[in-house]
Design a protein around this ligand. Structure first.
Ligand code: THU
Length: 141
């Protein structure tokens, strides 16, 4: 286990609704090219959950990750404050850099926004967004 890493299993996680939402979305992943199905669920400040899956395209570069799909579902519904993101993959992979930046956009406090990564065995690793993306891009305004 690396420093700052929190691990738990699906059984002792308190996040069952988030897990169920991400697992359900993963069932709908459209990943015929990579065969790497991803499900994600975002928890908002108001307690709502929005889920997404990866959606690939024959023109590969048009594909969208599950995490961005989930965040965009939240935004489309009017949510602007993301408190937690769970991503489910076969191997417990962590969100890509682009998705980290998109999560950052809607994070009130990146140090307390936890990103949970769950593998097919139900093992969960959690990291703060600020650890995953220590120097996010921001526009000077
Ligand atoms: N993918 C995600 O959905 N989330 C990630 O964090 C990394 C990668 C998708 C993109 C593509 O459909 C497949 O996984 C393989 O890269």
């Amino acid at each position: 286990m690396r420093p700052n890493e929190i691990t738990m299993t699906r059984e002792d996680a308190h996040y069952q609704p988030l897990i169920e939402a991400a697992l359900n979305a993963r069932q709908n992943a459209h990943a015929p090219y990579s065969r790497y199905a991803v499900g994600a669920a975002a928890l908002t400040r108001e307690g709502a959950i929005f889920a997404g899956c990866n959606v690939e395209n024959a023109s590969y570069g048009l594909s969208i990750c599950a995490e961005r799909n989930a965040i965009f579902q939240a935004v489309a519904a009017g949510a602007r404050h993301i408190q937690m993101v769970l991503v489910v993959t076969e191997d417990g992979g962590s969100p890509c850099g682009a998705c980290r930046q998109v999560i950052q956009e809607f994070a009130d406090d990146p140090a307390s926004l936890m990103v949970l990564m769950m593998n097919a065995q139900g093992e969960i690793t959690a990291r703060a967004l600020s650890e995953l993306l220590p120097y996010p891009f921001a526009l000077e305004r």
